[in-house]
Design a protein around this ligand. Structure first.
Ligand code: CUA
Length: 318
């Protein structure tokens, strides 16, 4: 899978594709207008009168000038009207998508991470994860967007336009990926100290691969396989971690922070702030403020051996 940099001009889905078309249309027209204006300006400079020529305006000269101004105003009006029509048509088109039986995800923006919920009619089949959205290629997905604290904005340029997440006012956004790949997204509305570290990934997979992933996420956390992992789980459940996090299959069920049931299966930690490696995870847990100043996660104050056991356990949550 290739990792795509954020670009609204490298699109992988119908919604972003429409926006890209609009971008090129506006760019093309504006480029032509710019060149035309510059050409007229240069022509005017070349034709500047020499000082001994009469500066008195003539009737015929004024009529010619008025005709030019009139033509300029008409052309400007026509182009702006055309842009307006193109923008409205694009906006309408963003909601035109095959909707039958589409998968529904609820995305909640929080300071500073994303909660991802795969809805299901059966509550025991609902999957909750964080900062990584897996979607099946070629199938439309409806994202229900909400915020729990301040205004955030959901933006994955290769797949769709921005959509604000406003506390108390749920919105929706269709996305569809037409090819497999990993697409970067980020919060696009300043939402506090760690706004820049509020990233996420959209991972588009062939449907069969996606279904297997979702089935894996439905499972409870694996049982610890070693003494170190067992000790790590005890540390987790006895310390402050359990106050905020869920690990399904254990007594930890709080929803203040991200669900950690399958933490080790994710590519990044702290909403894209660091890659999900043992060292980064240990540094993050030992002192979250160092990795992400202002983060809501408190320092757990663990002895080094407990910290290492905890990290070993967290790394086993595949
Ligand atoms: Cu959330 Cu910026």
């Amino acid at each position: 899978m290739s990792e795509k940099l954020n670009s609204a001009l490298d699109t992988a889905g119908p919604q972003a594709g429409r926006i890209e078309d609009l971008w090129w249309l506006l760019f093309g027209f504006c480029a032509v207008v710019f060149v035309a204006v510059m050409a007229v300006l240069v022509a005017a400079l070349v034709r500047r009168r020499t000082p001994d020529e009469s500066m008195e305006p003539t009737y015929a000269g004024q009529r010619t000038a008025l005709r030019y101004v009139g033509a300029g105003v008409l052309a400007t009006g026509a182009i702006l009207l055309g842009f307006l029509i193109a923008s409205v048509t694009t906006d309408r088109g963003l909601d035109e998508i095959e909707t039958g039986g589409a998968r529904v995800l609820t995305i909640t923006g929080r300071q500073w991470w994303w909660e991802i919920r795969y809805e299901d009619a059966r509550p025991d089949r609902v999957v909750v994860t964080a900062n990584e959205i897996h979607v099946p290629v070629g199938q439309p997905v409806l994202l229900r967007l909400r915020a729990s604290d301040v205004i955030h904005s959901f933006w994955v340029p290769s797949l769709a336009g921005k959509r604000d997440l406003i506390p108390g006012r749920d919105t929706g956004l269709w996305i569809q990926a037409n090819r497999p790949g990993t697409f970067q997204g980020q919060c696009a509305e300043f939402c506090g100290y760690q706004h820049a570290h509020m990233r996420f990934l959209v991972i588009a997979q062939p449907p069969a691969e996606f279904d297997a992933w979702l089935e894996g996420q439905r499972a409870s956390a694996p049982e610890p396989a070693t003494d170190e992992e067992r000790r790590g789980r005890e540390v987790f459940l006895a310390g402050s971690c359990v106050m905020c996090h869920t690990i399904r299959g254990t007594a930890a069920g709080s929803i203040v922070g991200p669900d950690l049931t399958h933490l080790a299966s994710r590519q990044t930690i702290a909403a894209g702030a660091r890659p999900n490696t043992r060292d980064h995870l240990a540094a993050w847990v030992a002192d979250p403020q160092r990795t992400k100043p202002g983060a809501r996660m408190p320092v757990p104050e663990l002895p080094p051996a407990d910290l290492q056991a905890l990290v070993t356990y967290l790394r086993s949550l595949r």
